[in-house]
Design a protein around this ligand. Structure first.
Ligand code: FRU
Length: 480
């Protein structure tokens, strides 16, 4: 087998070759979803950043295109976003609307000086195929802030302005503009709330409707860089609150995590999804800075999470984000009903010899103190999902999942606190090198890489000190 093929996913985006990190410039325009991404075309480790580019019509199958943005005299190209300038606010589009990319220029001037980060523009008249850098870059600089990056821009209808959220150390700064070129500082958020375990990166801010109500709230996503003193590595938090066009007001004190797995970072949402669709679609980089440069793939490194639709739900007077794979994924499977109302005492096994797929289980506890779902990739490569009733915790154990030796951190357990344990629905998306778990319709998520010799051949359920009923169990089959 070609070693470059090993671990290559079927349902997740990876570049053909070399290194990738954050998703950038996610946008829908003229029937295509665009995925730009942090890319090093010279190596399968992080290095001088470019924007790679891929397009898709269904968010699942991607076609990689030539590199969109190359480093220039202002530096390498760090993360950022893209918008459609429908009303030619920039003056770049006298004839018809097109896409503007707003990104960070990262200029490293050698060892003694700290690097300089500033925001710049590029625009495209041909649906993202070729790009013109704005002649007067950068458009936003700061004379003191060293961490000054990852602009995410959107059009704010109520104030008729572009809004930029920017990662500025351990805060998010908000700027506004009428033309994407001249930016005004509005406010700074986060000095006294949220997790400050690491540098703040890749913010995103948008409004979301709350399920089954007439309410809507604003959600601010913030990724937190690797803190070597903590096991989690890099991870993503979110805030729920309101936004008045100038300030974001948070409505809670507790820290909310977007994902309880280790491998969902720097995620942001798509811009310009048509209002007739109305979804907020998000995807993340499926890795962790703690070991991203060491994972055992050959010739390429890193993949994206499955694109997910985000909604909000209200539970016990708090708001939670709900995330589920986009519905387009369903076209890649047929679903076989496997089990209905199956009482499990001690153990049951089901063959699931597929290259990739979704397993759905609705599990009702009948006195068990604990149960464990084993995903058997091979005889010896097993990933376990353990539900502990007493602790109300779901644990993912990948210590025996395959290759783990590249990082001491990789084998550590990943834990997700459950809101209740009497009945649990698990949707588990399995691909060659990842497992994405969605609990109770996506109320909680856990995203995790694995490097087994094979994808999956069998699953088994083991119960401890009592029974579990599989109320419903479905196993998908790939469509050719
Ligand atoms: C997040 C990040 C961003 C930065 C980019 C550089 O993973 O560190 O803050 O723009 O990656 O590749």
């Amino acid at each position: 087998l070609n070693p470059e093929k090993k671990y290559r996913p079927y349902l997740h985006f990876v570049p053909k070759k070399n290194w990738m990190n954050d998703p950038n410039g996610l946008i829908y325009f003229k029937g295509e979803y665009h995925l730009f991404f942090q890319y090093n075309p010279n190596d399968s480790k992080w290095g001088p950043m470019h924007w790679g580019h891929a397009v898709s019509t269904d968010l699942i199958t991607w076609t990689e295109l030539p590199i969109a943005l190359y480093p220039d005299e202002h530096g390498t190209i760090f993360s950022g976003s893209a918008v459609v300038d429908w009303n030619n606010t920039t003056g770049f589009f006298p004839d018809e609307p097109g896409i503007v990319a707003i990104f960070t220029h990262h200029f490293d001037n050698g060892v003694d000086n700290p690097p300089k980060q500033s925001q710049s523009l590029a625009y495209s008249h041909d649906n993202g195929r070729t790009w013109i850098k704005y002649g007067d870059n950068p458009v936003l600089e700061h004379d003191r802030k060293i961490d000054f990056r990852d602009p995410k821009v959107f059009w704010h209808k109520n104030t008729d302005k572009w809004i930029m959220v920017l990662a500025t150390g351990q805060t998010v700064s908000i700027y506004s503009s009428v033309n994407l070129i001249n930016w005004h500082f509005e406010s700074e958020f986060g000095t006294d709330v949220g997790s400050h375990d690491g540098v703040w990166e890749c913010p995103d801010l948008f409004e979301l409707a709350v399920d089954n109500t007439n309410e809507s709230k604003w959600m601010l996503i913030v990724s937190i860089g690797d803190n070597l003193h903590l096991d989690q590595g890099s991870r993503t938090q979110y805030f729920i609150g309101s936004f008045d066009g100038s300030r974001f007001h948070v409505e809670h004190e507790t820290i909310k995590w977007l994902d309880y797995g280790k491998d969902n970072y720097a995620g942001v949402s798509f811009s310009d999804i048509p209002t007739t669709d109305g979804r907020r679609i998000y995807l993340g980089w499926m890795s962790n800075w703690r070991y991203a440069n060491e994972v055992p793939t050959h010739g390429w490194r890193s993949e994206m999470t499955v694109p997910r639709e985000l909604t909000l739900c209200k539970y016990d007077n708090s708001y939670y984000v709900v995330q589920q794979p986009v519905k387009e994924l369903d076209q890649y499977f047929t679903t076989r009903e496997k089990v209905i109302n199956k009482q499990v005492s001690k153990e049951v096994r089901y063959a699931f010899d597929e290259l990739y797929g979704m397993i759905t289980l609705v599990l009702e506890n009948q006195g068990a103190t604990k149960y464990r779902l084993d995903i058997h990739h091979t005889e010896s490569n097993v990933t376990s999902v353990i539900i502990d009733m007493e602790e109300s915790v779901l644990t993912l154990d990948r210590s025996r999942s395959g290759v783990t030796s590249f990082s001491d951190n990789f084998s550590l357990h990943q834990k997700l606190p459950l809101l209740q344990t009497e009945q649990i629905e698990l949707n588990i998306l399995i691909d060659s090198s990842s497992i994405e778990i969605f609990v109770n319709g996506g109320e909680l998520a856990l995203t995790s890489l694995v490097y087994p010799d094979k994808t999956c051949k069998e699953i088994s359920l083991h119960t401890f000190n009592g029974d579990v009923i599989i109320k419903e169990g479905y196993f998908s089959k790939p469509i050719s």
